[in-house]
Design a protein around this ligand. Structure first.
Ligand code: FE
Length: 351
């Protein structure tokens, strides 16, 4: 046993007695450090993840105990558990959240040649606190009937008065927009980004409401002409068997912004080793596994995302999206800019 958990177990054993301890360890999600166990704190819940985890167990004999909750609940839970936390690996979406976990002291830095070779540098935290395992692009989606190809090509264009009353984008409380704005702060500086944000607010078709899918549906319904959305939300509609989703998708066209300059903003779904991981070796093996070609297929296809490792096939629905230029800014930079982005959007009147 490693120190944190054995301390925990010893202390609890004194309180509970041996039977109490055994009962506690039998609770789902609370497992003593052993050779063949991995406690995974996850906010992902895609069907393909079952196959992803089963394959890891098949290859290594390591059993995965999954604790699933919303992103912010997971972070709170790890914080509350402190050094008694059984968490080995935290998996979540968006660099903003991974950054938050890191700044809350919930993750430990990992130096690892396999991960550093497989994952491009801009998709992992420079000190190894977390690693990206799939990518999502924050794209523009337009109504094909109302917007001609080439009419809008950059995030900056959303500020043009030409789009007054036509822009659909969700609230500033959403981490995807915070990360986009955080990346723009890094590239354009705060004053220029604030000017942009004010102009975007002035161009909104309505006060922000709903998620990315709601913005796409609103474009199809004619409430506005251009939406900002993560790429997989459009792919979900395209891949949906429901006729109403297909009807929405048929009206829409995707635009990867800023192809002639810095590239499209990409964010990650990623993971890091928990600060007090009782099964650290297994945790690292699991991250190495996620970076393998086989796991990358499961991991990215499960949510129509892009793999981070080269030579891995895309989901057929997004096969046409393979070639686009992505912003090379490190995901840690817009993670770090998260708070500044939130304050800036507030000042700009972005609800
Ligand atoms: Fe999402």
């Amino acid at each position: 046993m490693t120190s944190a958990l054995s301390k925990f177990s010893a202390r609890r054993a004194l309180l509970l007695g041996a039977a109490g301890l055994a009962a506690m360890l039998a609770l789902p999600g609370v497992t003593a450090a052993q050779d063949k166990v991995l406690n995974l704190y996850s906010s992902r819940h895609y069907d393909t993840d079952e196959a992803l985890y089963a394959e890891f167990t098949r290859q290594t004999g390591i059993q995965i105990n999954r604790i699933e909750a919303g992103e912010d609940q997971l972070l709170q839970r790890m914080r509350t558990e402190g050094e008694r936390s059984p968490a080995d690996v935290l998996i979540t979406v968006d660099a903003g959240r991974l950054w938050r976990a890191q700044s809350m002291g919930l993750l430990q830095p990992i130096r690892n040649a396999v991960l550093e070779k497989a994952i491009p540098a801009h998709l992992r935290e420079p000190d190894g606190h977390w690693f990206g395992f799939s990518k999502r692009a924050r794209v523009l989606v337009v109504n094909k009937e109302k917007v001609k190809p080439g009419e809008i090509a950059r995030y900056e264009d959303l500020a043009d008065a030409k789009w007054k009353g036509r822009v659909l984008i969700r609230s500033s409380t959403n981490v995807y927009n915070q990360s986009l704005v955080g990346s723009m702060i890094a590239t354009l500086g705060e004053p220029a980004t604030e000017t942009w944000a004010k102009a975007v607010v002035a161009n909104m078709a309505r006060a922000p409401k709903g998620g990315d899918t709601d913005q796409l549906k609103a474009v199809a319904a004619g409430e506005g002409d251009v939406a900002v959305s993560n790429s997989y939300y459009l792919a979900r509609l395209m891949g949906s068997k429901k006729p109403e989703d297909q009807a929405v998708a048929a009206k829409l066209a995707i635009i990867f912004p800023n192809q002639d300059d810095r590239g499209t903003h990409v964010n990650i779904s990623g993971a890091g080793v928990a600060k007090y991981s009782p099964n650290k070796e297994n945790a690292i093996r699991f991250l190495e596994y996620l970076a393998s070609k086989q796991a990358q297929e499961y991991f990215s296809k499960g949510n129509y995302e892009f793999p981070v490792v080269g030579g891995v096939a895309l989901h057929p629905v997004i096969a046409g999206w393979a070639e686009f230029k992505e912003d090379q800014i490190n995901a840690a930079v817009f993670g770090r800019n998260n708070e500044a982005a939130l304050k800036l959007m507030d000042r700009a009147g972005w609800k």
